[in-house]
Write a protein that binds this ligand. Structure first.
Ligand code: ATP
Ligand code: MG
Length: 559
């Protein structure tokens, strides 16, 4: 592991551990997703921070599903969240909790607050409440219900729970301070009425606790030592501290905020991603163009590269925008080390070696991964009839073109030198066959006379290669900040984010490729087998091209 300075969270934790501020010396963190969508790359950062810190300091990290908004939550999301965390290589052990586990406890705490005169049932409408709340510069106004007698509050709250009132009629509010400079302390709502069936508690409740009440108390109940969240919760910290200091709450957790991860070209809001799914702009949450964890997994990104990426970005206290190119750089770095190399021709044209015997097949040994000293090898068949990329031949070569043209000699990777002699065309003038001759003495790519050629082409043997479907994915959005210009991110959808190739060929070894195996199609990019594959129809997704714009950018910046 590379040495790096401690980030601010590590400093806080090390200081707490040193000064015996952590019970038993074991830190406890939690990752608290709301199950209202699939996790995205931003969540990877939160997962790596929470699980990573627990791992580093010998503590543990709880998985807490923040299921306090029953209308929007689904079991499918919970399953996907678990799968994604596991894919990243983390485990919560037995510590799987749900905010809804604490509904009874929260209700009891609310009753106590009422009894102590610290909470009241308010009949202001949502709109009025907003009006009474005041602004950042002006204090608020007390609700006429603020001094409702305790007995009446108890009765009304009980009746709210029994379902005697419609949604919006009453709210339970904490009695804190309507003049507080922090708006979140101006008598925040604790409970609202909501008639919704909950995936876990069913119809038991028709009142649900609010986030600012539920979250800190859940943390306290679970003994979370470091409650780490994103910056937008900074203003809520006083409310967090208020809730955890309620009488009877024994454990006092602390909240720390870090800057959320933003990446150029990507949208990372579950709400917007849901919109794309529901309106068929993508094929689902795991569409390989989606910035979801399931999307990038299907696209062929490795968990290691994603963890490397968020680690490189670091943990900061100020928001910033991270370059998409840095993410792809991390993906390429990792895949370069592990991807199996195969030859694939994506836009084929036939190449016939006229002086090679018809029916003869010979095999060349190819290293699976030249970056790995101990790499395995596999055999590649070669014969008279091959395919090469259409762009690797030019009838009238432009200046500086070193690939195949009539009269020019190039190397076929692993195999022989070949020289083009003539072409055949169809009635539209499109080249259908390129004729060439080979030099039998150039087997393996060198000749006895030591003559050099400038171009090397990849190829496949026409009779043994597998005809496959290749999905050429690109960015889903074509601008750095989708929607920045017009206010509507749909205006920035990239019409070329998916190009499907149905006449592509991969060498015979493709038969042995497994789901989840990282691949490089030589000179074309990184690829992975898609789950849409069937026995006689292989589908490959392009993970990314081989071009590395990040290194160039870094060089420009003098890094
Ligand atoms: P979204 O805005 O996409 O709906 P969210 O914050 O509502 O995300 P939660 O399910 O509440 O999603 O998030 C779980 C945890 O992940 C929270 O602690 C949240 O702060 C963190 N998180 C969400 N988005 C990011 C991000 N872009 N970068 C880092 N952490 C994030
Ligand atoms: Mg949310």
């Amino acid at each position: 592991m590379e040495e790096r300075p401690l980030n601010f969270l590590e400093k806080i934790i090390e200081d707490d551990l040193k000064n015996n501020r952590v019970p038993g010396g074991k830190i406890v963190t939690r990752f608290p997703p709301e199950p209202n969508g699939y996790l995205h790359i931003g969540h990877i950062k939160s997962i790596v921070i929470n699980f990573g810190l627990a791992e580093k300091y010998g503590g543990k990290c709880h998985l807490r599903l923040d299921d306090t908004n029953p209308a929007k939550e689904e079991t499918e999301y919970i399953d996907s969240i678990k799968e994604d965390i596991k894919w990243l290589g983390y485990s919560w052990g037995n510590d799987e909790y749900y905010a809804s586990d604490y509904y009874d406890k929260l209700y009891e705490i609310a009753i106590n607050l009422i009894k102590e005169g610290k909470a009241y049932v308010d009949s202001l409408s949502a709109e009025e409440m907003k009006e009474y709340r005041g602004t950042l510069t002006e204090g608020g106004k007390e609700s006429p219900d603020r001094n409702r007698p305790i007995e009446e509050n108890l009765r009304l709250f009980e009746e709210m729970r029994e379902g005697k009132y419609p949604e919006g009629k009453y709210t339970l509010r904490a009695k804190i301070d309507m003049q507080s400079p922090n708006i979140n302390l101006r008598d925040p709502a604790l409970y609202r009425i909501k008639y919704a069936e909950h995936p876990r508690t069913g119809k038991k409740w028709c009142i649900y606790p609010m986030y600012d009440f539920t979250h800190p108390i859940s943390d306290a109940i679970e003994g979370i030592t470091h409650s780490i969240c994103t910056l937008e919760f900074e203003d809520h910290r006083p409310a967090y501290d208020w809730a955890t200091s309620i009488d009877g709450i024994e454990f006092t957790p602390h909240q720390y905020e870090f800057a959320r991860l933003n990446i150029s070209y990507l949208l990372m809001s579950k709400r917007k991603l849901l919109y794309l799914v529901n309106n068929n702009f993508v094929t689902g949450w795991d569409d390989p163009r989606m910035p979801t964890i399931s999307g990038v997994r299907r696209r062929g990104y490795s968990p290691e590269s994603m963890k490397d990426f968020v680690t490189r970005v670091g943990v900061a206290k100020v928001e910033s925008m991270v370059d998409y190119a840095l993410m792809e750089f991390c993906v390429r770095e990792d895949l370069n080390k592990r991807a199996k190399r195969l030859m694939a021709v994506l836009d084929p044209v036939e190449l016939v070696i006229d002086n090679y015997p018809e029916g003869k097949v010979e095999y060349f040994e190819a290293v699976d991964n030249p970056e790995d000293e101990n790499s395995k090898t596999h055999m590649i068949p070669f014969s008279k009839h091959l395919y090469i990329e259409r762009e690797d031949f030019m009838e009238t070569p432009v200046k500086g073109y070193h690939r195949l043209y009539i009269g020019n000699e190039v190397r076929l990777k692993y195999a022989y030198y070949v020289k083009a002699t003539s072409v055949e065309k169809d009635e539209n003038g499109k080249i259908t066959v390129i004729h060439a001759t080979y030099d039998p003495e150039s087997r393996g790519g060198t000749t006895p006379d030591g003559r050099k050629v400038k171009g090397t082409s990849h190829w496949v043997d026409a009779s043994s290669a597998l005809k496959v479907e290749v999905r050429q994915y690109d960015k889903l959005f074509k601008s750095e900040v989708p929607g920045a210009k017009t206010g509507n991110y749909l205006d920035d959808l990239n019409p070329d984010s998916l190009i499907v190739l149905n006449d592509a060929y991969v060498e015979e070894e493709a038969k042995n490729v497994k789901l989840g195996e990282y691949l490089q199609f030589i000179r074309n990019g990184y690829y992975i087998l898609d789950k849409d594959t069937t026995e006689d129809h292989l589908v490959f997704n392009r993970t990314c091209t081989l071009k590395d714009s990040w290194s160039k950018e870094k060089a420009k910046m003098g890094l």
